[in-house]
Design a protein around this ligand. Sequence first.
Ligand code: ADP
Ligand code: MG
Ligand code: MG
Length: 194
Amino acid sequence: MELNLADTKKWIELFVEKVEDNTSELNELDTAIGDGDHGSNMARGMAAVTDALAKKEPSDLAELYKTVAFAMIQKVGGASGPLYGTAFLDMSKKVKETTDLAELVQVGCDGLKRRGQSDVGMKTMIDVWQPVAESLKSDNFSKSIVENALNATKDMVATKGRASYLEEKSKGHLDPGSQSSAYLFEALLEVLGE
Ligand code: ADP
Ligand code: MG
Ligand code: MG
């Protein structure tokens, strides 16, 4: 699967919309197992993405992904800013070589792992990115893949990020970064018309 420039822009715009519509929900999830700012962090980043795209229309996919990356690195703050920023920056490099979404999402996920020194099963956004990348590779990317991946974070014990301070008590709550990543991939499904 691939997306052209116009549809990739639509993807990002839908992601922005979902984060803006669900900022307080993201803050609430982060209040349970973190410091309560994930929604506000992401909303600040989304405003910066919107501003950056309004200021300068990206001329190709690499520039679009890079614009998103820089806005998030500069404005999201918290752990999630550099993580999302790295994922989008790595995608902006990879897209010069391939526009295949499975490869792009995998490269983004690898960037999260490298930057976060983390992997699947640690109750982080990687637990959504990795299953999505795999489903894109095997051509069964769907809403239920995203939902199941997100819901699976509920019973995990966090071993990275702030939630890891709670140890066993981090169980029983969805991971906030996995929820924002679920919005990202639900937005992608909408653009793909599924
Ligand atoms: P902070 O924890 O600094 O307040 P946010 O609340 O914005 O930052 O983001 C928290 C989210 O970031 C978590 O829910 C998790 O998904 C993700 N995260 C945190 N640390 C890591 C890590 N080392 N690797 C991958 N993802 C991480
Ligand atoms: Mg937080
Ligand atoms: Mg914080």
